[in-house]
Ligand binder design. Structure first.
Ligand code: 0A1
Ligand code: ZN
Length: 886
């Protein structure tokens, strides 16, 4: 074992050699596979011939040849991670390597592995080195061919990237296929799948009139569940043409649903590999959330064809160049396909519940990290979701057209290249001829900026002033921060709740016009770049209520001097729907935090009447979009509330949430009952916004009613469970019932399992629902579920449902006696032997241990120390555990 080694962005060096073509051969065996590679290599500097260093892990080297001549043992050095060829010939040469691998024994699900009878690859980030010796780094882009040979009856389908150029039968019941990818690609986009699969086929005619064959491959019995995935793929292809002018570039696009995978999906060139949970859906087995996730993820992977594949990353530190941009693109796609406001609300909630806490803890890192031990640990909410906000800020600053000009220039300059975040920035800047140099700090400074806004109105001068300051908290390795470039979208409401046309502001001593072409402007975007600045609106003839950070124009924490009555006013009137929701959330956060304080001081909990009235008026406002209402009557998440506390107190947050929930349910019982009645499904399941919105509203009403635990509502909820005709409603009813411990809960959970035991994806939901439960002493139930016949520690989806689900339980993971921490600590060590990438995700649940009370700190720290002391710990787990303890 080599000691874990940290890799730094500042140490990036161009490779000494480039690869031109790569020919791979895979004769698939039942014991092992002998991989042969033939690579044309040329030095970066003509005439030079430094040693050629190749990555390689868990490989058995059989032979190496240079220009047809076998190398002797002293011509190279073979270490556990690297193969160094001392003196390659100068100029272009051919390197041929043969090595042996064991996909059947590979439980890490990285590199090449076999599971459920089929072969599959996963190479991102640094997994290709587990297949063959290679310069496994994204700035090595080459053209690949892939020759696969296998038993025809066991593996009738043989797939790889690009075009199928030849196939045929061989002796002994074998067959072969040769695939050729005409586009240069980095090794992480290589893919191979072989097995028993069937496809749903369709075609897409591109904007230039080319026919693209589309195939979605699954086990035969799942093909009927791919209708929605195919719809999503075609919608994504069309959307990318319409919105970005980007056309698909091959005649074939394959998607494979592969049951055992560590991640959601993978964008391998023309052969996307998906976790079945983001491909397969039928109304009976998948919820609206699943349907939406499929649309989103199919879009995401498809969009990578341009943002990631045609233009890729120079090195792994640039990951957000492709991921932040592609998440932004799939967010926009989903917004255009559904409700923009609702999608924005969901995206911002994700930031607050997941991204803010990580950015405030020991694993905080910039959108472009400075270093890593194991790159797989950096596929994070910072890189993906904060990265997407960074891309969104370009668009907010440049407008839709300016952003599109920037994207066009980016592709014009960099198609076929491996580039950096600065290259993206430069394309945006140059296409628009703008100067926002220190915007790049968004890539290098971690931590969520805190923006404070104080407003004042001058009735004589008719001016309204916003004094704004910013502060960025220290994060590991970054004690002091520079001021960031923050786009702050602002509007002003008059006393009737109408937007005031904005004409001029004073800023930096100058008067600037903000009306464009004589058209009234209702939202303006300030470029807030200093530690403190003042923006003064002129021609404001009454005291306005400001609507700040409209549409959540920057990923910051906003603290303003808005009063509760300003917030209720915005909740009722803001033309920016996102900010209407936001006003309600600010009120709810304030309420929850003050009740937490009361709880901690043993004071009786009392629900503020104004809050209840505001809540009631939203619930009964039939002019509002139903999904918006569902979001508006959802309290801020646990992660978000705990993140706002000095010392996180899971018991208090749980008690307060339960209290508010029960109070609202009992006061608004009649309203919830009529909401339920008015929104029942009368027709067939339809995946469209109005129907999803109706189901969302009905389901949240049901959840409120269920917590009342009286016989009448209990019967109603049970009736909803028994009569549901789709999984969205059935599962919502099950979740509502399972809030309350008791016989009904046990019976219904057993009934649900009995109905769906044949369907893995539904069983995973069943595991997750029980795992996350806050019913007292649930750790014992979860332990029991570990031995359930449907549970399998080698299946990441099962682990995510049961173990990650359990880590999300406030009461049980954080149990005061340490039983939750101990349970997860033990599982981490077991899992690490099977699948380090999955184990490291579980250990992350401990990362913020310092945010809890002393007793919990002690208990969680003890588990981290125990993990660190284990023999043969993987780099994946080592990195998270050691950084958490630092
Ligand atoms: N690039 C892919 C999927 C992916 C996610 C996590 C990984 O962890 C190592 C690797 C790949 C995507 O964004 O969809
Ligand atoms: Zn991605």
């Amino acid at each position: 074992m080599e000691a874990p080694r940290e890799i730094f962005l500042k140490d990036y060096k161009m490779p000494d050699y480039y690869f031109d073509t790569v020919d791979l051969k895979f004769p698939l065996g039942e014991e092992c596979t002998i991989v042969s590679s033939k690579i044309t290599v040329f030095p970066r500097i003509e005439g030079s011939s430094p040693p050629l260093v190749l990555d390689g892990q868990d490989l058995k080297l059989i032979s190496i040849q240079l220009n047809g001549k076998a190398l002797k043992e002293n011509d190279y050095d073979l270490g556990p991670r690297r193969l160094t060829i001392h003196s390659p010939p100068s100029g272009k040469f051919i390197l041929e390597i043969v090595n042996e691998i064991h996909p059947q024994k590979n439980t890490s699900l990285k590199g090449f592995y076999k599971s459920s009878g089929n072969f599959c690859t996963h190479c991102e980030a640094e997994g290709f080195r587990k297949i063959t010796f290679y310069q496994d780094r994204p700035d090595i882009m080459a053209k690949y061919t892939c020759h696969i040979e296998a038993d025809k009856s066991l593996y009738p389908v043989l797939l790889s990237n690009g075009n199928l150029i030849e196939q045929g039968d061989l002796e002994n019941g074998k067959h072969y296929a040769i695939w050729e990818d005409p586009y240069k690609k980095p090794s992480y986009l290589f893919a191979l799948v072989a097995g028993q699969l069937q496809s749903r086929d369709d075609t897409f005619i591109t904007c230039s009139g080319r026919n693209v064959a589309l195939r979605i491959w699954t086990p035969a019995e799942d093909v009927p569940k791919t209708v929605h995935a195919m719809y999503s793929l075609k919608a994504a292809m069309k959307w990318d043409e319409d919105v970005f002018g980007l056309e698909y570039d091959l005649d074939l696009f394959n998607i494979v649903a592969f049951p055992d995978a560590n991640m959601g999906a993978m964008e391998n060139k023309s052969l996307n590999i998906f976790n079945p949970k983001v491909v397969l859906a039928s109304p009976e087995t998948a919820t609206d959330a699943d349907y939406s996730a499929i649309l989103d993820v199919i879009g995401h992977e498809y969009f990578h064809n341009w943002t990631g594949n045609r233009v890729t990353c120079r090195d792994w530190f640039q990951l957000s160049l492709k991921e932040g941009l592609t998440v932004f693109r799939n967010q926009e796609f989903s917004s255009d396909m559904g409700s923009r406001t609702v999608i924005r609300i969901a995206d911002v909630s994700k930031l607050r519940n997941d991204q803010f806490p990580q950015d405030a803890g020991p694993m905080a890192h910039p959108v472009r990290p400075h270093s890593y031990i194991k790159m797989d640990n950096f596929y994070t909410v910072q890189v993906y979701h904060k990265g997407a906000e960074v891309v969104r800020m370009y668009k907010t600053l440049l407008g839709s057209q300016g952003f599109r000009k920037g994207m066009d220039l980016y592709f014009k300059r960099h198609d076929g290249q491996a580039v950096t975040c600065e290259d993206f920035f430069a394309a945006m800047r140059d296409a628009n001829d703008v100067d926002f140099a220190h915007f790049l700090l968004w890539y290098s400074q971690a931590g969520t900026p805190i923006i404070k806004v104080n407003s004042s109105y001058n009735p004589e001068a008719h001016t309204f002033s916003l004094k704004i300051s910013q502060e960025i908290p220290p994060t590991p390795g970054q004690p002091v921060k520079e001021s960031m470039f923050i786009p702050l979208a602002v509007g002003l409401l008059d006393s009737k709740g109408k937007d005031i046309p904005l004409s001029t502001i004073y800023h930096g001593g100058t008067l600037q016009s903000i009306s464009r072409d004589g058209q009234p402007v209702y939202t303006t975007v300030f470029r807030f770049t200093k530690k403190e600045e003042e923006f003064v609106f002129s021609d404001v003839f009454e005291r306005p209520v400001p609507s700040l950070l409209r549409g959540y124009s920057a990923p910051v924490r906003l603290e303003s001097d808005l009063t509760d009555s300003d917030l209720f006013f915005l909740l009722a009137n803001d033309s920016d729907e996102f900010n209407r929701w936001e006003a309600g959330q600010i009120l709810a956060r304030k309420l929850m935090l003050s009740l937490v304080d009361d709880f901690q001081h043993n004071k009786p909990l009392v629900l503020n009447k104004k809050f209840m009235d505001g809540f009631k008026s939203i619930l009964s406002d039939s002019s509002l979009d139903k999904e918006f209402v569902a979001k508006a009557i959802t309290l801020p998440g646990d992660g978000e509330v705990m993140d706002m506390m000095e010392v996180a107190d899971p018991d208090a947050v749980h008690a307060v949430r339960t209290f508010i929930w029960k109070q609202l349910a009992s006061e608004l019982r009649a309203e919830f009952l009529s909401t339920l009645k008015d929104n029942r499904s009368s027709e067939e399941y339809v995946f469209d916004h109005p129907n999803m919105a109706r189901r969302a509203l009905k389901n949240i009403a049901l959840a409120y009613l269920a917590c009342l635990e009286d016989p009448e509502t209990a019967n109603i909820v049970l009736h909803e469970y028994n009569t549901a005709t789709n999984m969205t409603e059935q599962f919502a009813a099950l979740a509502a019932i399972s809030q309350n411990p008791g016989k009904t809960r046990d019976d219904v959970l057993a009934d649900f399992y009995g109905k769906w035991q044949h369907d893995h994806l539904v069983v995973n939901k069943w595991f997750a629902l029980q795992a996350v439960s806050d019913i007292p002493g649930n750790v014992e139930n979860v332990k029991k579920l570990l031995t359930h016949p449907a549970f399998d520690m080698r299946s990441p989806n099962k682990v995510y449902s049961l173990i990650r689900g359990f880590c999300g339980s406030l009461v049980n993971f954080h149990a005061k006696d340490g039983s939750g921490y101990k349970f997860v600590g033990e599982i981490v060590l077991q899992l690490d032997k099977i699948n380090p990438q999955v184990a490291s995700q579980m250990v992350s649940a401990f990362s913020r241990w310092k945010h809890y009370d002393e007793n919990r700190q002690k208990l969680a720290k003890a588990q981290l120390e125990l993990i660190m002391s284990a023999n043969g710990l993987s780099e994946d787990v080592y990195e998270i555990a050691s950084k958490s303890l630092a």
